[in-house]
Ligand binder design. Structure first.
Ligand SMILES: [Zn+2]
Ligand SMILES: [Zn+2]
Length: 185
């Protein structure tokens, strides 16, 4: 997953990659932990340009995630996709304050990524896009009804007949509380 700087012509360079998730150390780790799987390759399409000695990379990454729904616990698959724009540079530009003093600003603070030599390795950047696209709360769908708190049935598949939880006991208790308060007056 490398861009050769010499291959970037004036009109830019378009590249496509498709690699198994196991080729990305952190994705391999996440799936080895058993929380989720990546059944499809990680596909990356990007364009690279040289701009004032820096390399601009615009891309899109897409893969498939399989994991268990946090509500109904069924396994489901969803497509993950993310767009990204990154700027790579061999050396940081010098920054002067208004006073004319030079200031030290890190690559990260400038939104730049440092690289050396004649190639840019994109593996880590692409991996980071996938990690950031992982859902915090996995849901098989926005309409997922989850499991019945009483019998554990999957309410997406059938009505279990338990009906809504019985609040009447709580209401009765509240009424009783009010009565007691009035008595104390
Ligand atoms: Zn669900
Ligand atoms: Zn039930």
């Amino acid at each position: 997953m490398r861009i050769r700087i010499d291959d970037i012509k004036d009109e830019g360079l378009t590249l496509d990659f498709a690699e198994d998730a196991t080729a990305f150390p952190e994705l391999a780790e996440v799936s080895a932990a058993g929380d989720c799987e990546f059944p499809a390759p990680v596909k990356t399409r990007l364009r690279a340009f040289q701009v004032r000695g820096m390399v601009e990379v615009e891309g899109q990454v897409e893969t498939t995630l399989r994991q268990s729904c946090g509500r109904c616990l069924e396994e489901y698959e969803e497509t993950l996709s993310a767009s990204f724009a990154l700027t790579y540079t061999r050396e940081l530009p010098e920054v002067e304050e208004d006073s004319g003093d030079e200031v030290e600003i890190s690559a990260e603070e400038m939104g730049l990524i440092l690289f050396e030599g004649e190639e840019i390795d994109l593996r880590e950047a692409v991996q980071e896009q996938v990690i950031m696209a992982l859902p915090l709360q996995p849901l098989c769908g926005p309409e997922c009804k989850g499991l019945c708190p009483q019998c554990g049935a999957n309410l997406n598949e059938s009505e279990c007949g338990c009906g809504p939880p019985d609040f009447s006991i709580k209401f009765a208790a509240l009424k009783g509380f009010k009565v007691d308060k009035e008595k104390n007056k």
